[in-house]
Design a protein around this ligand. Structure first.
Ligand code: AKG
Ligand code: MN
Length: 210
């Protein structure tokens, strides 16, 4: 019998840090994947994913978004953001292994994943919420970071009493955002002039009405 390869088989639930932001439920699992596993995942994803350069229209002209992306998931999990419509590529073994590992703590069945590849500090993502209608009112977003450490900032939508919090996402970290988080908070990966290593991020999602 061939033994099933599992990335993750904890004897007890892994520890996490709960971010103390109002109207949110944000848990940060540091080094959810150990160093060796994270290295292997990063190298496999760099080469096995069919990375795409997408464009958005700015004043009628196509502008490249500052990162490479890919969209994988169950058939029918089409996703639209910033005027970009993504039809899913099928799951790969590596993506399914990561999905299975994070589902042990997220306790939902993710049916899709948006992958982002930030090759250097000129790559980032601006302020936004993951609040597209196909994600529903209180989406569960499971976000895995591999490669170079990058700042991930939260900014409240409250204009009267604005709040901000920065965290540094490191190789192997898992960030779980759920509850009202997307209704009350924006997030971003700011570009940086500091030297940073390439980074891959995977945000697992549940697309409704597939
Ligand atoms: O790279 C990250 O950590 C965040 C990516 C993100 O916010 C998104 O794809 O919606
Ligand atoms: Mn996002």
């Amino acid at each position: 019998m061939v033994e099933q390869l599992t990335l993750f088989s904890p004897s007890q639930p892994p520890n996490y840090e709960q971010l103390n932001l109002p109207h949110s439920d944000i848990k940060l699992y540091r080094q959810f994947f150990d160093e060796a596993t994270s290295n292997q995942l990063l190298e496999t994803l760099k080469t096995n994913i069919n990375w795409q350069q997408e464009y958005i229209q700015v004043y009628g002209k196509p502008q490249p978004i500052p990162r490479l992306t890919a969209w994988h998931g169950d058939e029918g999990t089409t996703y639209c953001y910033s005027g970009i419509k993504m039809t899913p590529e099928p799951w790969t073994d590596t993506l399914l292994q990561i999905k299975q590992a994070i589902e042990t703590v997220a306790q939902v069945n993710f049916n899709s994943v948006l992958l982002n590849y930030y090759r250097d500090g000129n790559h980032g993502v601006g302020w936004h919420s993951d609040n597209e209608p196909e994600l529903g009112k209180n989406p569960v977003i499971g976000s895995v970071s591999l490669g170079g450490t990058r700042r991930f900032s939260f900014k409240s939508k409250d204009k009267i009493n604005p709040q901000k919090q920065d965290i540094e996402l490191q190789h192997g970290d898992f960030l779980l955002m759920q509850g009202e988080t997307q209704q009350y908070w924006y997030h971003q990966i700011p570009k940086t002039k500091k030297p940073v290593l390439p980074r891959i991020n995977l945000t697992f999602r549940v697309i409704l009405e597939t």
